[in-house]
Write a protein that binds this ligand. Sequence first.
Ligand SMILES: CC(C)(COP(=O)(O)OP(=O)(O)OC[C@H]1O[C@@H](n2cnc3c(N)ncnc32)[C@H](O)[C@@H]1OP(=O)(O)O)[C@@H](O)C(=O)NCCC(=O)NCCS
Length: 150
Amino acid sequence: MGTLVLEELNAGNIVAANTLTLKPGQEQFVAPVSHSIAEAYVNPTTAWPRVVLEDGEVVGFIMGNFDPDADQEEFRSCIWRINVKAEAQGHGVGTFAVRALADEARSRGFERLTVLWESGEDGPEEFFLRVGFTPLRETPYGEKLGVLAL
Ligand SMILES: CC(C)(COP(=O)(O)OP(=O)(O)OC[C@H]1O[C@@H](n2cnc3c(N)ncnc32)[C@H](O)[C@@H]1OP(=O)(O)O)[C@@H](O)C(=O)NCCC(=O)NCCS
């Protein structure tokens, strides 16, 4: 594992973030980064988009959402999206990104971080369990809601 650094999404890294390529079969579990970038643009007060650099190269993207007034609990302090480039998976990049987002949530006064995921062979379930999320319930759409106490 190289040196990991978190950076705000900016003009210098946005193209690299938008071209992160996942492993075959993983795309069905996460929307493209371009969707997150568009969502961050239209929700500038709540979205928290960040990239992860490994030895200076963009290898990951995470977007949090912080909205204490959201009606649904799962959108108040949550991981909206996380992607790690195929070649960099298994290096601790995802864990680093989740911890950074958890630190940010804690500093904003939140006591929980949530995430929604779909179960499936190439899906992220095992990753979220390893980083400490506990499945709480299933949504009406069949996604699992996981919670991490901060
Ligand atoms: C899920 C994802 C972000 C994990 O990122 P990563 O950088 O590979 O994760 P890490 O290297 O930090 O792994 C942390 C732990 O989870 C485990 N892990 C990660 N992905 C795993 C998988 N698919 N199956 C089993 N274990 C997995 C690692 O082995 C590691 O375990 P360890 O602590 O015992 O060593 C990455 O696989 C990805 O981008 N997936 C495609 C997009 C996606 O599904 N995003 C989530 C949408 S909700």
